[in-house]
Design a binder for this molecule. Sequence first.
Ligand code: MN
Length: 259
Amino acid sequence: MSDALSNLIGALAGGSVRVVDLTQPLGESTPVIDLPPPFAPSPGVSMETISRYDEGGPAWYWNTLRFGEHTGTHFDAPVHWITGKDLADNTTDTIPVERFVGPACVIDVREQVAADADFLLTPGALEAWEREHGQIPACSWVLLCTGWSERESSEEFLNIAADGPHSPGFHVDTVRLLADARDVLGVGVETVGTDAGQAGGFDPPFPTHTIMQGSGKFGLASLCNLDQLPPTGALVVAAPLKVVGGSGSPLRVLALAPA
Ligand code: MN
């Protein structure tokens, strides 16, 4: 066996590396993104029992699940956005699996978001983080720790006002920098989608989806427990279901982090 893997197995067994669950529960109360008409809404989660130790299956329990691909803690594939529709290997079943695993760069902006729900991470703020923690390496996951996952009710989580949703995200120039100069795997957020709440009015609209998916990069939405990760040094595994032609899927996102 390789030294690296045997060291990792030993570290997991010995507790010096722990597994952190970055995933929200997926169920009927999972909040889903709200799109204004005429856009088609995504359904919430529904669960129907096939059998539960009854006449339909005396010794077994199983359910039928129904949900939109972009529900709860989920993965955005490049094909999700029109800018990524013609890229190679752009669906959940064709993305090379190596691209689901990468180091995490965790940017903690909880203080700024507590003061401003519409906070956007600017290139200047990103570069300030890099001066302290080193340049974001290629093929890493950039995770925005906003504290948003602590909002328990759907109302607080979606935070919709008369002028639309208010939630934090990335400035368009930051997304360009991450996709082009840093060549990341993708970005992860605690909010319902990778774009800020007000991003429908940005130029371009929804810049994180437009640029990330258009560059063959990924998105992770509705993450939690990012506050349990160090700024650098954790490894994230985020592999969507291998849905044929899928634009994304709910997934279990795990981080290996120093104890
Ligand atoms: Mn999505």
